[in-house]
Write a protein that binds this ligand. Sequence first.
Ligand code: ADP
Ligand code: ASP
Ligand code: MG
Length: 439
Amino acid sequence: MKVLKFGGTSVGSAQRMKNVAALINDGTQKIVVLSAMSGTTNTLVEITDYLYKKNPEGANDVINRLAAKYGQHVNELYATEEYRTKTQHFMRDQFSYLSSFTKDVFTPFEEKVILAQGELISTNMMTNYLKEQGLDVVLLPALEFMRTDKDGEPDLEYIKEKLLAQLALHPNADLYVTQGFICRNAYGEVDNLQRGGSDYSASLIGAVLQAEEIQIWTDIDGMHNNDPRIVDNTTPVRHLQFEEAAELAYFGAKILHPTCIQPAKFANVPVRLLNTMDPSAEGTTISNQAECGAAHIKAVAAKDNITAIKIKSGRMLLAYGFLRKVFEIFESYQTSIDMICTSEVGVSVTIDNTRHLNEIVADLKQYGTVTVDNDMCIICVVGDLEWENVGFEAKAIDAMRDIPVRMISYGGSNYNISFLIKELDKKRALQSLSQFLFL
Ligand code: ADP
Ligand code: ASP
Ligand code: MG
């Protein structure tokens, strides 16, 4: 069985939903994971913002606007009175439920419930549409099988057991539809897998079912060799290993949520990135298989909002245990480090979570002189860069020759070279890398 995930833009209008329905209705049984219609989760966040600020009027305004928009979608989507009315009733209940939150105390628990509504609505709309088309379609409620444990990690055994039980109730269905993003936590409360987390839902479902393939359908024809929002003339990469995709996703390639790599990799289920706007395009296949042929640089990505911290100390010279002490400070503030560069007299690291920056800097001052650079950006160059292959580092560094580079990291894996630069130079750096490496 295949698992197909369609993101917000792919289901962003009644017409797009019809296109997705046509695409999945090919006579083979599959599990379809849907995001909320594009913009909806942001609007739900706006509603929660008003509610936290104790402004029910503001929240109701946004709720009413959203309800009107969905009213239009429903009118456009269904051809029969039966399904239009049925879905209108569903919407009415859904939006009056949303309005009920304006009358009560508001806590993170209610916030999570509100954020879950986008996926609950889109899957209901799609299921009703497929039923209207005469298909035997089953809506699998994610809140009954998708669960995280006490550490916030997916509870794979629970997910597998409950999902298989749900599937067993309807073994002969044509299609199964379920919600991405939403789950319950270890205490049974409604929760989610973080923004953009529908990719993660699809990967978890594909992994526990040992699916034939996980397909992530979006609005572009696969992983491009550079960020298409910033650089012109980017082209799709046909094949990536999971590690390469993980580096790109983590370092800013928005097409894929970084969390979705690990479950698929461990279950050895290939992930394909495909384009809803151009379904016949080849897309990108991500698997455990190394590509045949010569090694090469495949793609670059950039991650903003990086802070660099340098600790300079004579005490590091010929001493052991210095790095451990430095790292323990970051660990004690649950702050993970992305890049590291060391010399005999100093160490520089980068972080993207600055919640405890002041405390970290204060503690580091026990060990040396500390300097902080804000508004930095990591540029990540990815490929099968086995160290005995010559020339790749030189090529990447050559592309950066006009850009001030604060740190370079290479050799941590076979898959990437990373540069730390100013955010201001990001566009120039990405353009130059495309020019030197791909054009
Ligand atoms: P969805 O809503 O389907 O999850 P996303 O917006 O999360 O879609 O991801 C798709 C977007 O990712 C594309 O429209 C594209 O602008 C952006 N993107 C950023 N970097 C890359 C890249 N290297 N390759 C392809 N798309 C990328
Ligand atoms: N709807 C959620 C979001 O916008 C999840 C997703 O689309 O992946 O973040
Ligand atoms: Mg996405």
